[in-house]
Design a protein around this ligand. Structure first.
Ligand code: PBG
Length: 328
């Protein structure tokens, strides 16, 4: 005799895939996936990122070609990271009208006006020292001074065409500051997707190679969260929501499924989870070594993030997964 729900696990080895799909509790939808892209100056170049097999740094013209796939596969949106030409103490390319992200936004919006383009707002790609804020001579990150810059970057991105502003720096009070700056410029309809609980994680390592933003000294533990903490994620998220965040985020995703679950249960707000570079590269490397099946592992990873409670998943596997989902 079968107990429980015989339709879900009918003990029959040749159970129909359609039946399993019909009774499954969660599924992946490409329109809920966001694909990150690294953009650099120049033209006609698509540079492989060694630490992230299958991912590239694109010049704008090459990115526009690539985005055809994003449209065809009906991906929910893209997240832009700039690889600047020029780095200095104040990260000045980040808020320049001719910065790489601003140029990208104008080009993408001209070609694909309906594509949702999200911009990561942070100084670390643009500062010579690689930290997410302004650093003083004694090695302190100057929180409040950094907020002025984050606000300036956000307004500049929104004016260049960004649909959503996503601050990833983890400075205190940034969401409020950015909201006020956007509202002052009448950009009241630009939502903020806040990296509300961002952990100081080893899983960002491949990204730092992709964006050339490894800190030259110290580390990010002074402003990113301790992986041992969970209540702190609730507190950080609460603060960001009070300050006006529209979408909240947990980052990384895979080692933090409990945090995703808690945040979704507690706040019931639109929640994004960032399936970060290290999570992508781990599966890539294992698949390349022949240790596991990439398609199954990638889909299982993304499904678990969804099951934990994420509404939106930011993942380097977005196009790959959408392609598999279309065939399923
Ligand atoms: C910038 C930023 C980082 C990531 C997203 N935005 C790097 C970091 O904080 O060190 C990591 C994304 C990834 O690993 O895929 N602050």
């Amino acid at each position: 005799m079968n107990s429980g729900f015989p339709y879900i696990r009918p003990r029959r080895l040749r159970t129909s895939q359609n039946l399993l799909k019909l009774v499954s509790e969660n599924s992946l939808d490409p329109s809920k996936l966001i694909m990150p892209y690294f953009v650099m100056h120049g033209s006609g170049k698509k540079e492989p990122i060694n630490t992230m097999p299958g991912q590239f740094r694109y010049t704008i013209d090459e990115l526009l070609k690539e985005l055809k796939n994003v449209i065809d596969l009906k991906i929910g949106g893209i997240l832009i990271f700039g690889v600047p030409e020029h780095k200095d103490e104040l990260g000045s390319e980040s808020y320049s009208d001719n910065g790489i992200v601003q140029q990208t936004l104008r080009a993408v919006k001209e070609t694909y006006p309906d594509l949702i383009v999200i911009t990561d707002v942070c100084l670390c790609d643009y500062t010579s020292h690689g930290h997410c804020g302004i650093v003083d001579a004694e090695g302190y990150v100057k929180n409040d001074e950094t907020l002025e810059y984050l606000a300036k970057i956000s307004v500049s991105y929104a004016k260049a065409g960004a649909d959503i502003i996503a601050p990833s720096d983890m400075m205190d009070g940034r969401v409020k500051k950015i909201r006020e700056a956007l509202d002052d410029e009448r950009l009241v309809n630009i939502p903020i997707m806040s990296y509300s609980s961002k952990y100081a994680s080893s899983f960002y390592e491949p990204f730092r190679d992709a964006a050339f933003c490894t800190p030259k000294f110290g580390n990010r533990k002074a402003y990113q969260m301790n992986p041992a903490n969970s209540d702190e994620a609730i507190l950080e998220t609460e603060l960001d929501l009070d300050e006006g965040a529209d979408i909240i985020m947990v980052k990384p995703a895979l080692s933090y499924l409990d945090i995703i679950y808690r945040i979704k249960q507690t706040f019931k707000r639109p929640l994004a989870a960032y399936n970060v570079s290290g999570e992508y590269s781990m599966i890539k490397a294992a698949a390349q070594a022949g240790y596991l099946d990439e398609e199954r592992a990638a889909i299982e990873m993304l499904t678990s993030i969804k099951r934990a409670g994420a509404d939106i998943i930011i993942t380097y596997y977005a196009l790959y997964a959408a392609d598999i989902i279309a065939k399923m």
